[in-house]
Design a protein around this ligand. Structure first.
Ligand SMILES: *Cc1c(COP(=O)(O)O)cnc(C)c1O
Length: 408
């Protein structure tokens, strides 16, 4: 059976050009960048070239870019490393309620060390309100970490505005840009970003490699004690093939970023319009305007999410209920609860994230499958029958009356 993969926010396939660029570094060019003979120095040179490429793509200097094992490590390093190095100035951090667990659980770990963390609420679109952010800043606030774009609902946060507020108060600004890097234009200097996390496997590069940008002058503890790799701040022999692949993937993403963005945006809006037009009791989650070009996230009333995902999988449609980390657990997504969705409908949620090889036919097939699946599930739902007979009220109707947009 044909598989239609619509879960690109979880991970992406490695592009053939990227595999090709990586291959020599597993075999003939296997040298250790710390070795002084040519085989080693050649490896050091490609790592340096990759650092330069990636730094250039975000407007940073190569010395400000550190390779990590992925987005999670970059988030851990940025937040723990900064907090511990600057605890003498204050022990208060600010983040948002809708961060990835790589940030949320890191902040929770710091709370156990005696730091205080404010988890900012978001509006119904998933946007952090700049006025809430400004109001949360205290004299002892040292760091803010607000994601560039959300992995579940695709909301793009007003990063430059938030960073400007942080700087007015002497607060350092980190952003988890894993979902945005390679998809949205980013310039750390222009946007006032002091630290930024990115990951390779969300942009058609290999898994297990990412980067942390640390602006020159920002004091952060070293992350891994060991050798002199990453300027002595993160020991361990460099993942040379991974780093080469990450840089190649980023370069390819940058080369057609605008064209691919616009193509995905048209497909995304086609999917959203079809679902709103053709499926009753459905609600788009997140913002429509400030949204990643590949993200579709809906809640459906009178639906149990697990059953929906399984039936779609049986039809060859690979989608998720939110983040890969929360699927398989019965708790509703913290992101959907934070945008104000009641538990009943947060449970019946679906995320489709489109990618480079997604066609209009794929999107139509997925929406057709979704329609059939929902009709099937609702036919078996006593609650839906009661609703059709006017015996129970619809939560989505109530939300619409409360001013929630994009619901049917
Ligand atoms: C995927 C993801 C991460 C984790 O990145 P890894 O490279 O898988 O560790 C962190 N933050 C966000 C927003 C993500 O989407």
């Amino acid at each position: 059976m044909k598989q239609i993969y619509l879960d690109h926010a979880s991970t992406t396939p490695v592009r053939p050009e990227v595999v090709e660029a990586m291959l020599p570094y597993f075999t003939e060019q296997f040298g250790n960048p710390s070795s002084i003979y040519p085989l080693g120095q050649e490896a050091a040179d490609v790592v340096a070239a990759a650092r330069e490429t990636l730094a250039g793509l975000i407007g940073a200097a190569p010395r400000e870019v550190y390779f990590t094992s992925g987005g999670t490590e970059a988030d851990n390093w940025a937040i723990k490393g900064f907090a511990r190095a600057n605890a003498g100035k204050g022990k208060h951090l600010i983040t948002s309620a809708i961060e990835h667990h790589a940030v949320l659980h890191t902040c929770e770990a710091l709370e156990k060390e005696g730091f205080e963390v404010t988890y900012l609420p978001v509006d119904e679109h998933g946007l952090v309100r700049p006025e809430d952010f400004a109001a949360a800043i205290r004299p002892d606030t040292i760091l803010a970490s607000i994601m560039f774009a959300n992995n579940e609902i695709g909301t793009i946060e007003p990063i430059a505005a938030l960073a400007a507020i942080a700087h007015e108060h002497g607060v350092v600004f980190h952003t988890d840009a894993v979902q945005a890097f390679g998809h949205e234009p980013i310039d750390v200097k222009e946007m006032g970003i002091d630290m930024l996390s990115a990951s390779s496997h969300k942009i058609y590069g290999p898994k297990g490699v990412g980067l942390l940008y640390i602006r020159k002058g920002v004091k952060v503890e070293n992350f891994i004690d060991g050798g002199q790799q990453e300027r002595g701040r993160r020991g361990s022999t460099e993942n040379v093939p991974g780093i080469v692949g990450f840089a190649r993937a980023a370069e390819l993403a940058a080369a057609d970023m605008t064209a691919e963005h616009d193509r995905l945006l048209a497909l995304r809006d086609h999917a959203i319009r079809r679902i709103l037009d053709e499926i009753p009791s459905a609600k788009l989650n997140g913002s429509w305007e400030s949204r990643l070009a590949n993200n579709v996230n809906f809640s459906f009333e009178f639906i149990e999410g697990e059953g929906m995902l399984l039936q779609l999988a049986a039809r060859g449609v690979c989608v998720s209920s939110g983040s890969a980390c929360t699927s398989g657990s019965l708790d509703p997504s913290h992101v959907l609860l934070a945008i104000g969705l009641p538990h009943e409908i947060a449970h019946g949620s679906l995320r489709m994230t489109l990618g480079r090889d997604t066609t209009r036919e794929d999107v139509d097939f997925a929406v057709d499958s979704l329609k059939a699946t929902l009709a099937n599930l609702r036919m078996m739902s006593p609650l839906y029958e009661d609703f059709q007979h006017g015996k129970v009220a619809s939560v989505i109707e109530r939300l619409k009356a409360d001013g929630f947009p994009y619901a049917n």
